[in-house]
Design a protein. Structure first.
Length: 234
């Protein structure tokens, strides 16, 4: 697939309308500018053409995300980044075009943050494999994954598939747009905000490399791993 002119697909009327409807359906809190999702329609009616031109000319500047802390059931907190409603709209428009491209690359047994897939399907697949005679499940928790994504590595991965410089530029801008926490601005030198419409796709692009490295199919077929000098059936 030619990915050298994706920005025009992103800015197409149908794609932008779909992005607007999705952002409104998701509702969500206000970002740093205080604009509510109910105000997005009027904002786009007044500024939609300006936003589109800024995206075409690489002049669009995302605003910092508003950082909030969500308590975790097992203690600690999860950092959630809330982009402005306008930035959520732009991110959603980008994600809708990129998702079908990357879906062809993602592993068949990857279930997180993907269309028409959920954790329950992963459990069912695991149970099916256990019924087939496999008896090991590996639980890997990538602690604070969203907060620690390396921007350069992520952009390198994206550049392997996406050849439209305008799209690459705006994704980089979202990554480095910064964070507002307790009215204090902080640079976002690593990580992708958990809470942004584009972040789940970016996370899967990064994690897909891990999946290919581990090679799930091989893990399901009695791999022997060398650990402390002993061969252990996986």
């Amino acid at each position: 697939m030619d990915t050298s002119n994706l920005m025009e697909r992103i800015l197409s009327k149908d794609n932008l309308n779909q992005a607007y409807l999705q952002v409104v359906r998701n509702k969500g809190a206000e970002g740093v500018d205080g604009m509510k999702y109910t105000e997005l329609k009027e904002h786009l009616e007044k500024n939609g053409e300006i936003i589109k031109e800024e995206l075409r000319t690489r002049k669009y500047k995302p605003q910092p995300v508003r950082r909030v802390e969500i308590p975790k059931p097992d203690g600690g907190v999860r950092n959630l980044g809330i982009p402005t409603v306008t930035d959520r709209f732009v991110q959603q428009a980008i994600a809708q075009v990129l998702m079908p491209i990357y879906e062809k690359q993602f592993h068949e047994h990857s279930y997180g943050f993907r269309p028409n897939r959920c954790a329950q399907q992963a459990i069912i697949t695991a149970l099916d494999m256990m019924n087939d005679g496999y008896d090991w499940i590996v639980d890997i928790d990538l602690e604070k994954f969203f907060d620690t994504v390396n921007h350069d590595k992520l952009m390198t991965l994206i550049g392997r598939t996406i050849k439209d410089g305008d799209v690459i530029s705006i994704i980089r801008k979202f990554l480095v747009s910064g964070i507002m926490a307790d009215d204090e601005y902080k640079e976002s030198v690593i990580g992708t905000p958990q809470g942004g419409n584009l972040s789940p796709l970016l996370a899967n692009i990064m994690l897909n490399e891990l999946g290919q490295l581990i090679n799930v199919n091989r893990l399901m077929k009695n791999i022997l791993l060398l650990k402390k000098g002993t061969l252990i059936p996986w």
